[in-house]
Design a protein around this ligand. Structure first.
Ligand code: XIL
Length: 331
């Protein structure tokens, strides 16, 4: 019926990305969350720059509040993210440039302390985020890769597993649904990790989609991801109209306003994404679908890419869009 939230219609978890400060302050946003989601991910509150803002200083306040909020409301809390080049604070770069042995030790103590603190409270982690190049299927040459080699990935998974053996551990990346070379690179890495008994249990595919990414390509890619046997998380779903260049972060504004026809097409695409997930990912591997911002008021896309777009399922007045109903239909 019309008043059922997404989580009530879905057979797998439905999540939203949140900022704890906003969740606590904004009751309209809070009711959207509580009506629709049974999983949450922090947009930024659990990244390294938030948790370890300075040398030898940990700031657990926001993560603690997220744990508290998730427990009081029976939500699964997804940990995003342990190792990410863009989430790495400046002080870590500085120390690592003087001493790369230190970086390897820091990776270990950071993960053990962080994952250990929330053992049993954070259900799953994006252990490594965006470790591959946008094009070409090679490892991304981040600080972590350059100083520690590709072993930083296996090690990060091992440390996280030691700290919480029950937690699901994901590798997470973007464009995997459209960039076949990148997907193949990631799939090869997964095979190698599994051959080495590295405790990876999930693949996160961000799904920052664009209207012109062909459904058939998305479906084919998801089929390949599911063939790994890993749990599959559509971890950061949104669907934009305008083009943006992922490598430069610059936006190309093609649409200056949104029409009813565009909103219907977007609804169709959201429906198809839900269908693809249901049809191509075996039930036992369905970890869930998470929206990366769920209102056009709050979407990260506009400030980040300097665009005006309408990528989410709620409009800027916090009313459900056709996209909301389309997605629900696809569940
Ligand atoms: C974004 C947040 O939404 C923004 O608020 C922040 O300024 C930058 O990071 N891929 C990811 C997410 O894995 O962590 C990013 O989140 C969006 C792209």
């Amino acid at each position: 019926s019309d008043d059922k939230g997404l989580k009530e219609v879905s057979s797998f978890p439905i999540g939203g990305a949140v900022e704890i400060r906003q969740v606590l302050q904004d009751s309209s946003l809070r009711s959207i969350i509580l009506n629709n989601f049974n999983s949450i991910t922090a947009t930024s509150d659990m990244k390294m720059y938030a948790i370890a803002p300075r040398d030898s200083v940990y700031n657990w306040d926001k993560a603690d509040s997220l744990v508290d909020f998730s427990q009081r409301n029976d939500l699964r809390l997804f940990g995003h993210t342990l190792v990410w080049h863009s989430g790495t604070p400046r002080w870590v770069f500085q120390k690592a440039s003087e001493d790369s042995v230190w970086l390897g030790n820091f990776l270990k103590t950071y993960i053990q302390e962080y994952v250990g603190r929330y053992k049993g409270k954070v259900a799953a982690w994006d252990v490594v985020n965006e470790g591959f190049d946008t094009q070409g299927g090679e490892y991304r040459e981040t600080l972590w890769y350059n100083k520690l080699g590709k072993e930083y990935i296996a090690n990060a998974f091992r440390y996280a597993h030691e700290a919480d053996p029950e937690a699901d551990l994901f590798y997470n990346d973007f464009n995997l649904e459209r960039d076949t070379a990148k997907l193949n690179g990631v799939l090869k890495m997964i095979e190698e990790l599994k051959a080495d008994n590295v405790p990876i249990t999930g693949l996160g595919v961000q799904m920052h989609l664009r209207m012109d990414i062909p459904d058939s390509l998305i479906r084919e890619s998801v089929r390949k991801m599911a063939a790994t046997g890993l749990k599959i998380h559509f971890s950061e779903l949104d669907i934009i109209f305008n083009r943006h260049d992922d490598t430069r972060g610059g936006g190309e504004q093609l649409y200056s306003r949104v029409t009813p026809e565009m909103l219907e097409e977007q609804a169709q695409k959201y429906e198809t994404v839900a269908q693809i997930y249901r049809e191509e990912v075996p039930e036992a591997q369905q970890f869930g679908i998470t929206f990366w911002d769920f209102t056009d008021r709050d979407t990260w896309i506009n400030p980040f890419f300097d665009l005006k777009d309408w990528p989410t399922i709620y409009d800027s007045e916090l009313q459900p869009k056709p996209a909301y109903y389309g997605f629900r239909k696809g569940l």
